[in-house]
Unconditional design. Sequence first.
Lengths: 483, 479
Amino acid sequence: MHNLSLTQLAAGLRSKQFSSLELTQSFLNRINSYQQLNAYVTVSSELALQQAEAADRRLASGDATPLTGIPLAQKDIFCTQGIKTSCGSKMLDNFIAPYNATVIDHFNQAGAVMLGKLNMDEFAMGSSNETSFYGPSLNPWATDCVPGGSSGGSAVAVAARLAAAATGTDTGGSIRQPAAHCGITGLKPTYGRVSRYGMIAYASSLDQGGPMARSAEDAALLMQVMAGFDSKDSTSVDQSVPDYSASLNDSLQGLKIGLPKEFFSSDLDSRMASTLLAAVDEYRKLGAEVVEVSMPTLALAIPAYYVIASAECSSNLSRFDGVRFGYRCHSPADLTDLYTRSRGEGFGSEVKRRILMGTYALSAGYYDAYYLKAQQVRRLISEDFKRALNEVDVLMGPVTPSPAFKIGEKTGDPVQMYLSDIYTIAINLAGLPALALPAGFIDDKPVGLQVIGNYFSEAKLLNIGHRYQQVTDWHLQQPHGFE
Amino acid sequence: MHSQWEVVIGLEIHSQLSTHSKIFSGAATAYGAEPNTQACAVDLGLPGVLPVLNQDAVRKAVTFGLAIDAEIAPYSVFARKNYFYPDLPKGYQISQFELPIVGNGHLDIEVDDETKRIGITRAHLEEDAGKSLHEDFQGLTGIDLNRAGTPLLEIVSEPDMRSAKEAVAYMRKLHELVRYLEICDGNMQEGSFRCDANVSVRPKGQAEFGTRTEIKNINSFKFVEKAINYEIERHIDVLEGGGKIVQETRLYDANKDETRSMRSKEEANDYRYFPDPDLLPVFIDPALKDELRSLLPELPEAKKQRFIHQYGQDNESATTLTSSRELADFYEQVVSLAGCEARLATNWMTGDVLGALNKAGLEISESPVSPERLAGLLKRIADNTISGKTAKQVFTLMWGSQDHADSIIEREGLVQMTDTGAIEAIIDAVIAANPVAVEQFQAGKEKALGALVGQIMKQTQGKANPADVNKLLIGKLKP
């Protein structure tokens, strides 16, 4: 039953083909069998079984939702009351939040089952899952390769069927890039669409939670629960939530697709380009019109992103000081020692690197040259997207420059690592929604197509993804050994 | 005294806004709770939590801005002030930096009968930090985060004050204003209204400012005056001794009456301010401004002018009686209930009532004699039932009881003698018994009259009206 879609699982639960308890137990067994993938930081079996029993009662009573009784897993960045929330860091290895993230509350209200908390790059800073305090999660398509990051555990869990679907968060590509590397569907929603309350902040103006699932259809069901205004998040947008499933089958006749020429320049690997252009051809067959567009500011996205994200993270991570919660060094001599050793020992090197960069960018005398300049670039990038999305309905391009790379391949070269998000980062700077779809394979490793839409066009993106998945089967492929 | 030096002072006042909940969380702001019982996840800076702006704090800040005739920013921005301190849970304070909610305004003060306008540069919203507790922890430090997230309005003046006296006058005026506006309880012991003073001196006639020092966290008018005066003396001593003032932050030690260095400019933090991405900019709708303007109470200066005109008060009485909204309201209630001449109420309020309150260390709101009871007393003075002198006696009895003036007058038999025949009989008897005094008076020695009046009053047990006695006596002695 782990191969069924969410819709099929919901139907099976209702027709009593299996109970939520059986379904949950079967996923727990799979998690246990595939521990080597290191997808989970915490498996909350006891809670999951309790939730499954409650879900079975709710199903029997007839007031169930589409996700009632469905075993999901949460990126370990969402605070979960009573269950450890590590954020992939030694700093929070002992942290148990006394509250739930709003997203978690929503899943609980829907009656979903939480199998556990998923591995991730430390504080969501990383593109390979290798910065996790718990070690990298492994890509089930090639276990010597990274799954991508930061939501690597989420992508692995969904690809290897260790959860029916999962959540991720995306600050610069952290949902889309691992989704592409693991052959699943990931949606980064419009900034403000999903509440950030209880989602541990990396870069507050860029962070956005979203669904990671086996198909656009499944992602729509998760998105339905995750989206919505939250009075506890001042940046969440008070706009009604559409029925994401209702428009999945809408016709794509006349859809205008823009291909930014900067995405398909000679820098793009030729096999990647041909795989993606084949996917674009499928859309032509579905009635779409394809035009080339130009977005000259895209090249500025990476430097602007690393200034803004680092600046915000340097401040966001100040609260991890060893005083009130989290890691505290042994027998500090004085206050400065408490701070420096708790933070020095509690944070990993990538987190420290970004805190240092951000602190530098915000320092007196550098602020204008770095932070302000980056904000100006950010505005230019947004305007570029706005212009392009006036001409076309959506933009398409790669998610990543290449399929999943080898574990250890880029850890020694942070800039190379940062460049793996070159196609995703600009979207976060603009606050736009974007979907990553499985679109083929290179050397037996999945390749993702990115579809970028206008603000709050998630329903359209899911529709575009779903129609493609009706005529292709890339999303149905499974990694060998994890069937 | 130091005639060749000119003193320049600017104040930063932290005024705690009297909202029910904190500026970015729903936790209560009440003072004095058990440590850490009024700090929620947001105040503790736990991972993942987010601030949500308390709109009441915004309203109070705008109200203040309107009252000082300031520009209200249509668009203001919260910024993070980054520094590490154990009682600062997030490692940054949410404040406003480049775009504060209240811009340029002013406040008029009076010193030595002269009015002076003090400029207010800006006022911005920010959250308070918690408290570090250094006692009772065996060498460790305790942290109480109840205060963390309490809304503050930081009011920054121009360097317009030229003496400690002016600084105190400004601070008092501001204190009076925030209480009038009911945006701050003004409780200085509890830290609801505290002051940082920037002090410098320069040779008279010099245009540039001297190097300044900042005295942090002074929480009483008296200490502000003392701290500033100490600092002025210190600056002058250093400069006259050929030294230089170091720009630094200093602390005032009230026990030793001195300031001492806390940290110098070189050690100062680089706060790395940047706009807080968790909060949206604050937009002030003109409609909100209009609404709040319509809700503004009568301000102290306007009330004072009205008291002068409406009640015929002199400047001093009007200043005293409008020094707080409660006192002014008390006074106006008494006038209206007693229906007497306003002057009688003014004299009683500024004299007996405030005197008794001062002596007992009470605020007007704690007065044992209510406006109703005081009015009852004034009525009996006005209609000549009792003399002013008797009234003081009655007031003393009222102060210590819940009794009304009328019942005390009746119980104690204090009704003034109005029977002219009876008074005349006593006068005649006293004239007959004091021929020497009578002779002296008639010979032109006016003083002799006082002795006769005194005896008559004594025999009437003070119940006769002294003015009437005077008149009758003179009538009899001056044929």
